[in-house]
Design a protein around this ligand. Structure first.
Ligand code: DGP
Ligand code: NA
Ligand code: NA
Length: 216
């Protein structure tokens, strides 16, 4: 009992990030994953970026709804600030043993802004020092198939031509550590694959893997 107790102190939650094009199914997979982990007794929370509940988040939301115009670099920095304002809470949650499932993170920041033509290295700079995910899962779908799913909500980026450029940016950005899941598979199959990949990462972090920062 004593051994187990001391082991628990070193263990932390995993930072799990889901990325993909709009309409790839990320958001429903995040909630399925959340309830599945909760059911098996894990301390887990589901987060998303942009977090529209903060002051910065409201500016982002109004930009996405085309209710306001902002310079490409200015909005890029707001998305980044929105992640920075949650950084210390993120760290304390992870250190206290809570796993975080995060719907979009710095990779969206770089993929969406570089799709507008901004330099990728410039886009990466403001993300330096944010917590590095333990796992990035990319839900892969072609822009055409995503568009066919319908239900683009009419927000600023939800247009086929733009999503094609975002897909190219993600290709440049991703590395060998990313796990790719075919997002066109039946929803239950995606869920099963995702859970398996995530459980591996949760176990590794439970064994005391140190936290690190972007960009690795
Ligand atoms: P969502 O709430 O996941 O649908 O995201 C809203 C939109 O904002 C979506 O088209 C993806 C885009 N987005 C998410 N994060 C960032 C970011 O950091 N920078 C930029 N430019 N766009 C982002
Ligand atoms: Na969206
Ligand atoms: Na989404």
């Amino acid at each position: 009992i004593h051994m187990e107790g001391s082991k628990k102190c070193d263990s932390r939650g995993a930072l799990i990030v889901l990325e993909g094009l709009d309409r790839c199914g990320k958001t429903s997979q995040c909630s399925r994953l959340l309830s599945s982990l909760e059911k098996s007794g894990h301390a887990v929370e589901s987060w998303r970026f942009p977090d529209r509940n903060t002051g910065v988040g409201q500016m982002i939301s109004s930009y996405l709804a085309n209710d306001s115009h902002l310079d490409d670099r200015a909005i890029h920095l707001l998305f980044s600030a929105n992640r920075w304002e949650k950084r210390s809470l993120m760290e304390s949650k992870l250190r206290s043993g809570t796993t975080l499932i995060v719907d979009r993170y710095s990779f969206s920041g770089v993929a969406f802004s570089s799709a507008k033509g901004l330099d990728m290295e410039w886009c990466k700079a403001p993300e330096i020092g944010l917590l590095a995910p333990d796992l990035v899962v990319y839900l892969e779908i072609s822009p055409e198939q995503a568009a066919e799913r319908g239900g683009y909500g009419g927000e600023r980026y939800e247009k086929l031509e733009f999503q094609k450029r975002v897909a190219e940016s993600y290709k440049t950005l991703r590395d060998a550590t990313w796990k790719i899941i075919d997002a066109t598979l039946p929803i239950e199959d995606v869920e099963k694959q995702l859970r398996e990949i995530v459980m591996e990462s949760v176990l590794t972090c439970g064994e005391g893997k140190p936290l690190s920062e972007l960009w690795p």
